[in-house]
Ligand binder design. Structure first.
Ligand code: ADP
Length: 464
């Protein structure tokens, strides 16, 4: 949207997943002609839906192919990952890349994301070198390097890709075809969603086996921070919370805290700090570290906890058990609930994010906007967006949150304790840090400009 506002012609291609319903009343229409690609020795057709994102100039194209995408899940169903994910996302990459021919519109940049579209830069080099489309530079963005899309190399034949691209400096990763790796080798430029994560993924600790590829491509790798939609995430206008508020008038935040305590069956108490979590419950997020140490925290400190999340069944159960054991002091809601997430961001005093790795992270940005002081592990985008607080002998406290280094239960315990001491012993400094956090902007303007500069360099590199 920010790029479109700057005058660029931005078009997005994605599958029409089963959960997406074309809305003809809202202006969705189908293109006159269907789209066809040749894969697996067959013609594979899809219908293409076109629409505009509400309130924006960005055009969306949804590829309707029931066989591949007309199911409930995106990547997996009840029995785990779909067995044909290799074919499904090869199809998305091939059909998405060649859509400009159907539109009779040639882009300067083709921007692909994560493993599901890792084959886009590969096809661009393998099939389009001498075509009009071939002038377009490719940019591949890594949102999460942990998921790479490993498939049987026999997919090369189905994908209609030359066999010699299955090699170490290409699609081969051990004995598997690795779609992310293909994208990283073949893209003109690579980005990821924060400068710190861009450094981290070049190290064995965070590289998930692809750090040698990223070091090899370091000159073409850039970290650009994600922004947030500040119109949706704005405590002064939020329709999902019981009372709105601003940095100057925080009364509404106190009402949100009371509503939050009621929603999670906590004892109503404005003296005690409430710590919130809104997260996928997977090991990436480090919430197993928190779960391990929570009984100690709840016994030793005068604090309350609310957890909203879903994921690992063991962790879900553990949080439910703890909510039962520490009724009134801790509450959890297992599931996905956007409305409730707004209340957690608005009503909490602190927000806990002990991630093992965090490419960018949005939750810490929302919490800062809502005056909820983030407690984060120093990794990835958390380093780039949260400044650890400091209280000088004279003058105002600086910083926007609390940071800690180690991914251990002990370090989480100490960070929660440090926040607790700040709350009880230095309330003025706490208020200042809250103000510092709320004064930050995380919109897309600066990032869109960084992408614009990178796109220009990419076009030059491709055509030069
Ligand atoms: P990731 O993309 O790795 O899950 P981010 O912090 O970048 O982590 O973004 C997660 C987003 O999903 C945030 O907007 C957060 O509010 C939202 N979210 C995560 N879990 C839930 C949930 N159970 N209910 C509502 N929103 C959730």
């Amino acid at each position: 949207m920010a790029l479109a506002e700057m005058g660029h012609d931005v078009r997005v291609v994605c599958p029409l997943y089963g959960s997406i319903k074309p809305d003809i009343k809202a202006g969705w229409r189908t293109l006159e002609k269907p789209h066809c690609v040749h894969l697996g020795g067959r013609e594979l057709w899809c219908r293409v839906w076109e629409t505009k994102l509400a309130g924006s100039k960005v055009t969306y194209y949804f590829l309707e192919h029931d066989g591949f995408f007309g199911r409930k899940g995106v990547y997996s169903g009840h029995d785990g990952d779909y067995h044909d994910n290799g074919q499904r996302f090869t199809y998305l990459s091939r059909a998405g890349l060649s859509l400009p021919y159907l539109l009779d519109w040639m882009p300067d940049i083709v921007h692909s994301h994560d493993w599901p579209t890792g084959l886009v830069p590969v096809y661009q080099n393998a099939h389009e070198m001498d075509s009009d489309l071939g002038k377009a530079a490719t940019v591949h963005t890594v949102h999460n390097l942990q998921h790479q899309g490993h498939f049987n190399p026999s997919l090369m034949g189905w994908a209609n890709l030359p066999g010699d691209l299955f090699r170490d400096d290409g699609l081969a990763h051990g004995n598997a075809l690795n779609m992310m790796k293909g994208g990283l080798y073949h893209a003109t430029k690579i980005t990821t969603v924060s400068p710190t994560y861009a450094h981290e993924i070049q190290t064995p600790e965070y590289g998930c086996g692809l750090d040698p590829v990223l070091r090899h491509r370091a000159a073409d790798l850039l970290g650009v921070l994600n922004g947030i939609d500040e119109a949706e995430w704005n405590p002064a206008k939020d329709k999902f919370i019981p009372a709105t508020f601003t940095a100057k008038k925080l009364k509404g935040k106190a009402r949100c805290k009371t509503a939050l305590q009621a929603a999670f069956d906590l004892t109503e108490d404005d003296e005690k700090p409430v710590y919130g979590v809104v997260s996928r419950l997977w090991s990436q997020k480090g919430l197993d570290l928190l779960a391990e140490i929570l009984p100690g925290i709840l016994r030793d400190m005068q604090v309350q906890f609310v957890i909203l999340g879903s994921g690992d069944p063991h962790l879900e159960n553990r949080f439910k058990e703890l909510s039962f054991e520490f009724r009134g002091q801790m509450g959890s809601f297992i599931g996905y609930n956007n409305v409730l997430s707004h209340l957690v961001y608005a009503g909490s005093d602190f927000f806990a994010m002990p991630s093992r790795f965090e490419p960018c992270g949005l939750s810490q940005l929302y919490s800062m906007k809502y005056g909820t002081v983030p407690i984060v592990r120093s990794t990835g985008g958390l380093v780039d967006t949260v400044e650890d607080f400091h209280i000088p002998e004279k003058g105002d406290a600086t910083g926007t949150g609390l940071r800690f280094s180690s991914a251990t239960p002990d370090a989480v315990y100490r960070a929660v304790g440090r926040a607790c001491a700040l709350w009880y012993d230095q309330p003025e400094a706490f208020s200042q840090i809250q103000q510092n956090a709320m004064a930050k902007t995380f919109d897309w303007d600066a990032s869109a400009k960084a992408y614009e500069r990178l796109y220009k360099e990419a076009v030059k590199a491709r055509r030069g």
